[in-house]
Design a protein around this ligand. Sequence first.
Ligand code: ARG
Length: 299
Amino acid sequence: MNAVSMSRRFALLAVASAAMLSACSKQEAAPAAPAAAPAAAAAPAAPAPAKVYVVGTDAAYAPFESVAPGGAIEGFDVDVVKAVAAKAGIEVKFVNTPWEGIFKTLDTGERDMVVSAVTITDERKQTMDFSEPYFNANQLIAVKDSSKVTKFDDLKKLKVGVQTGTTGDEVVQKLLGKTSTSIKRFESTPLALKELEAGGVGAVVADNGVVQHYIQNNPAAKFKSVSDASFTPEQYGIAMKKGNTELAKKVNEALAAIKADGSYDTIHVKYFGMKSTLTAAAAPAAAAPAAAPAPAPAK
Ligand code: ARG
């Protein structure tokens, strides 16, 4: 490609992204907003401007959500939600949101969805609704290569780092006691892992995908992972405001569709190098997604 066509492409890109930007900021821009209305009305086929669903995520949780060098939020969760949104015909916008207090933003209406590697738990189901599961996970222990830890019980002698209010925090509370001073709580999982590197804690307990990703991408940290049979399977879901059945229906139908048509698998392979155990298990049921909603799991 020569320099002229390159710069033409950039110019086109700039125009396109400027147009997208102005489209996105319609709701925020005060004086310009009324001017946009006649244009929208002039297009007969276009219905009222589509609602943009705001998705909250704590983007310090690679490979599920992280901030790319350019500032965009990227990751497995982002790709899944974008695919779901495309199927559902809705628009989404990701907003980086601290984990602490993230679920409250559903009730206040600041966020329409929380997609942040959120484990579906019975306790959380009391206060929010979840989509069908979109990822299988479990807890995993990170320790230094030189550590003698071989099982979860060995953590009783150590200071243990967790991200506040995560399922990792809950699991460690069960081992050490809710009020144990040996639990060191961090605002984010990367901060807990940095503290492990610095020697301030002897172990970190967090979701397997994140621990494995960190170990692979930070060889200088010299960590290894230790699993334990006591860690129960977890599943991630898209969290929505309790009672928002309209959105939940759209999301679940689209999720079933991307699981059925292979696009979910493509995303899973992109991030994890293999297909998900989730779609492998769900394959027969996915044949009739719209006909009957999945029955509640037997208790
Ligand atoms: N799966 C865990 C939980 O739901 C941890 C999720 C943390 N996510 C994040 N983006 N920091 O508690």
